[in-house]
Design a binder for this molecule. Structure first.
Ligand code: PNS
Length: 163
């Protein structure tokens, strides 16, 4: 049987427990998961470079045997085709996420008809969590230990406090 690969795309600026939960659950469902840092045209340049974001992801989910981490500057539908992926995995937090995610799923399906988008509902404890909230708290010297793992906590806090 062919290996079933799924893509977990996102800005990951930075990765949080919300993303990690989705990646861990997706890794159980598919043979291989590629977590890929991409550009969101609706968001500004971001606080961390793509290399920093990739490194944070590697430090948090890099130990899961069937998870790879990558960076791509282009269309998600095209990337999925190149990687022979059958699905995109997205986490849904609230109704407010839905309309935009639905639009992206339909567009990606148009661009790559063999590609499915699979939505996983976020765990209840991560409903409110977002990278922008984490950045805001860290930049004001607040404690972000409930939102990001120990392995990247200090790096993120120091970097944002400096800014
Ligand atoms: O974490 P985010 O910011 O919600 O992730 C959004 C992201 C990066 C997955 C989305 O903007 C994306 O797919 N960007 C790649 C470019 C692309 O394919 N755009 C068309 C999407 S329909």
């Amino acid at each position: 049987m062919t290996e079933r690969t799924a893509i977990c795309p996102g800005s990951f600026d930075p990765i949080t427990y919300g993303h990690i939960d989705i990646i861990q659950r997706a890794a159980v469902m598919f043979d291989k998961i590629i977590v890929v840092v991409m550009k969101n045209a609706n968001k500004s340049a971001g606080s961390f470079s793509v290399e920093e974001r990739k490194s944070f992801i590697e430090k948090t989910v890099g130990n899961i045997p069937n998870v790879e981490v990558d960076v791509y500057d282009g269309l998600l539908a095209e990337y999925a085709r190149q990687k022979n992926a059958c699905a995109i995995i997205k986490g849904l937090r609230a109704v407010s996420d839905f309309e935009y995610e639905f639009q992206m799923a339909l567009t990606n399906k148009k661009l790559n008809p063999e590609l499915e988008t699979v939505f996983l509902t976020t765990s209840a404890e991560n409903m409110y969590l977002s990278s922008s909230m984490v950045k805001q708290i860290a930049s004001m010297g607040g404690d972000i230990s409930h939102f990001v793992p120990e392995s990247i906590l200090e790096e993120i806090s120091n970097r944002l406090r400096k800014d």
